[in-house]
Design a protein around this ligand. Structure first.
Ligand SMILES: [Mg+2]
Length: 400
């Protein structure tokens, strides 16, 4: 396959539908859409490399995370008109043949409505590649599919500040290592850091772990006073140990608290009451990433005890996210889809947020040295800018 950008330009140059696409009304019937003129005739899988810039260590529940995906499987959808779209495939989508069986011969308009997303849950596995493909055919970025003229821009945080003080095990590097990683992320352009906490859950004694969490956050704030700090407990706290942690960082403003414990109405209510009573009413309260308990989340949102939802951009689903946005926006609940793992997911999330807004920040997963061209998707002035190119604006490397 030739490089995506070339492919796209060649394709657009030779088709008249591209010009019509830019004026397509949102409510257009599928039959009138340029998408109905394209039928899927091939599905490929490829592996791509999206490594992290450094080894990422432990969090409150998991061991060393490693150096990032170097053989990430993505799927590439081809149409009979020469258009291609690609992206991460969600879940166990089976072999290419099975996937092809599901979509072969179908028009792109039968598979996805640009205004709302995939037309059936059957296509959940290729939700992201279908959005990319629709964007390529319509000659518009994914963020523009809702009809917005400019993407909503928002802050972006580095989600890569783990327990790097604890390794290597035989000679732990200490807090300086965490600060060194923060410096790298700062120089890269981040002005928000999400700091993993909860060392006392598994890796240190409860007391020593809590003290270290407190020392790390205080040290980061002192070294980077202009950076917003978010903390993520990966459910490694109780409501009492979380309150003890907050007492230990009393002088540090907190942008948000994520998953201190698995969500219950009683615990989050108590924590929120503590925050409000201690001048932290503006600290955002985020949950819904790990095994979300949807009835509890809904209950907690009613009075904004929780005010940011975090489900994964791919695991939950790009389209499911789109469908829940009108209600979340109406209810004043912010969103910031989980993207951890790959920098591709940060781009998907930035396009999603670009389309709908209502997001306090985007989770940034940094990559360096891989083989994807991220094009115009980048951090500028501490905000994540989604590309203005068709689809997600991400290009696969040429096939050698
Ligand atoms: Mg998390």
């Amino acid at each position: 396959m030739i490089q995506r950008t070339m492919n796209r330009r060649t394709f657009l140059h030779h088709t008249a539908v591209a010009a019509a696409a830019t004026t397509l009304p949102r409510s257009a019937h599928a039959a009138d859409s340029p998408l109905s003129g394209h039928h899927i005739d091939r599905v490929d899988f490829r592996t791509v490399s999206v490594p992290w810039p450094r080894q990422v260590g432990r969090n409150s529940s998991k061991g060393i995370h490693g150096n990032g995906p170097d053989k990430l499987r993505v799927s590439v959808l081809h149409t009979d008109q020469g258009a291609t779209g690609w992206g991460q495939t969600q879940g166990n989508s089976g072999k290419a043949e099975q996937l092809l069986e599901l979509v072969q011969g179908k028009s792109v308009a039968e598979l996805i409505d640009p205004a709302t997303g995939i037309r059936s849950e059957k296509y959940h596995a290729i939700d992201v590649p279908l959005h990319d493909l629709a964007g390529v055919i319509l000659d518009r970025p994914v963020w523009a599919m809702t009809g917005v003229k400019m993407p909503y821009l928002t802050k972006v945080y580095s989600g890569m500040i783990y327990f790097d003080d604890l390794d290597p095990e035989e000679q732990p590097a200490g807090i300086d290592k965490v600060l060194e990683n923060c410096r790298w992320d700062y120089d890269y352009g981040y002005r928000q850091f999400k700091v993993k906490i909860g060392r006392g859950n598994k890796w240190m004694s409860a007391k020593a772990g809590l003290e270290r969490d407190i020392d790390v956050v205080n040290a980061i704030h002192k070294a980077f006073p202009d950076v917003d700090i978010l903390v993520d407990g990966n459910n490694g706290f109780t409501v009492d140990t979380m309150i003890d942690f907050l007492k230990g960082i009393a002088d540090v403003p907190l942008f948000w608290i994520e998953e201190p414990f698995h969500e219950t109405v009683a615990d989050w209510t108590r924590l929120k009451d503590f925050l409000v009573a201690n001048g932290r009413e503006k600290t955002l309260r985020a949950d819904g990433e790990a095994q979300p308990d949807f009835p509890v989340l809904e209950e907690l949102q009613k009075d904004h005890t929780l005010n940011v939802r975090l489900e994964d951009i791919c695991g939950h689903g790009f389209t499911r996210w789109r469908r829940q946005m009108p209600r979340l926006t109406k209810d004043g609940i912010g969103v910031s889809p989980h993207t951890w793992g790959t920098a591709l997911k940060s781009v998907y999330s930035a396009h999603f947020v670009g389309a709908y807004g209502n997001a306090p920040t985007v989770e940034g997963v940094t990559t360096q040295g891989g083989d994807i061209d991220f094009g115009e998707n980048k951090i500028i002035d501490a905000q994540f800018h989604p590309s203005n190119q068709p689809g997600f604006g991400l290009s696969l490397p040429p096939l050698s």
